[in-house]
Design a binder for this molecule. Sequence first.
Ligand code: ADP
Length: 198
Amino acid sequence: MNLNFIVFGAPCSGKGTQSIRIAERFDLIHVSTGELFRNEIKHNTKIGQIVQSYIDKGSLVPDQIVLREIYKTASLRKNRHGFVFDGFPRTLHQAITLDKSLSNKGLHINLAIYIDVENHELINRLNKRCVDSGRTDDSLDIIRKRIEIFQEQTIPLINYYEAQGKLIMLSGMESIQAVSVSIISAIEKFLSSNPQKF
Ligand code: ADP
């Protein structure tokens, strides 16, 4: 069985941590576009030099670059079980393009998991944890911009995946452990009640 999940949520919603746990539980490959780009920047590659200016401003990296990098990584790292995409897709255009390219390979996104965190809690977390992360895009102004872009460009994915019957929306307000338990059990429930989707 091949499973492809996407995990999305606002900056500091916990999507990175939860994506890793989901990947471990279902033996999937975790692909984080944010991590991928930070790694390119760290190694001062050509792609790293291009994406740094976007990331440091809190802007999205252009779709063309994101799509090229994600396909390159996915084809190098694929396993027989599938992927957890973390931070991708982040725009409707990316989601539509991903669907087309998966369907060319006879594959599809099985589930989109949205981790919902209320604004006041996001601001709390952003003030504490994220600001200590050492990331160049974690100053308060830039984080505010990332949240705005998230609301404008990524929130529309909720309707997109809901219309396809693939959305799991969960609260990310509890502890990391409590959120993982509810995500894993929601996925297991979805898998057993929708076998035709897999
Ligand atoms: P967060 O969700 O906490 O903002 P990520 O680690 O997922 O952080 O991404 C960091 C940055 O990398 C984003 O703010 C954006 O500049 C860039 N990025 C990551 N994924 C994408 C994507 N799918 N499309 C465009 N830009 C992206």
